[in-house]
Design a protein around this ligand. Sequence first.
Ligand SMILES: Nc1ncnc2c1ncn2[C@@H]1O[C@H](COP(=O)(O)OP(=O)(O)O)[C@@H](O)[C@H]1O
Ligand SMILES: [Mg+2]
Length: 273
Amino acid sequence: MEQERIFSIRGAVYSYKGATAPALDGIDLEVAPGEWIALLGANGSGKSTLAKICNALLAPTQGACFALGLDSSDPDCVPLIRQGVALVFQNPEDQIVCAIVEEDVAFGPENLALSPDDIRGRVDRALELTGLSELRRRGSHTLSGGQKQRLALAGALALEPRALVLDEATSMLDPEGRASLLECLRELNRRGMTMIQITHIMEDTAYASRIAVMESGRIVWDGSPSDFWGGEYLRRGFDEPGELALYRELRSRGLILPDTRPVVEDILEALCL
Ligand SMILES: Nc1ncnc2c1ncn2[C@@H]1O[C@H](COP(=O)(O)OP(=O)(O)O)[C@@H](O)[C@H]1O
Ligand SMILES: [Mg+2]
């Protein structure tokens, strides 16, 4: 029997109407339960299109995408895939629909025609997982950027998805907001959540179990964080995270970093330094 896959994307091509080149040009990607993939690549390389393929907002124009074992080209499967694969976008403001935090989290489950008890349970769990329980009665607009993005995440989690696709979800946040979101994602992943995290912020990759790089609609590199940080990132023209550069420099002078932040420690662990 074929091993269970959260995503199984085979030869996927996607062309937008009127475009001269396909946005996705033959994507093969197998994602097992519990993986955390950091997906990197220049603007226009096809990352957001791939995110939309993953949750059946788009179906490949050639090839196939199976999400949670369901075929995204089958209209009967599409609602199940959209429910089971949550997308979180860049701007939390675009994803918040209700004025009060807990009402916003309840919005999705309320549209699933669940019992009030079920809805309450889901809202409580989602608020707990995102560290927003204390803020549940607050006005959504009064939250900080990081809290708003955690609210968007809570709304997604209330649908009890099996996978999360985060499209530049940290890019509008300040370092504190980003750290709080990452910590939250880390806990979700520890509990088994499968994640595809699109990012251009190198520090965001610290907790990933796998790194993939896109270029011109293709996945041109796919491997472990230690292989990536072991040198591949330089060959592919990615920036070195500031902390990592600092650490290398200090180490080369026989010094140690007095106060390594957890993110650095995780990158270092991945590198076996
Ligand atoms: N709605 C659209 N209509 C036409 N072309 C699009 C649309 N969205 C994206 N594209 C094009 O598809 C390619 C991939 O875009 P995208 O998936 O957004 O890349 P990324 O997220 O990596 O920046 C780009 O060339 C972009 O211009
Ligand atoms: Mg994009």
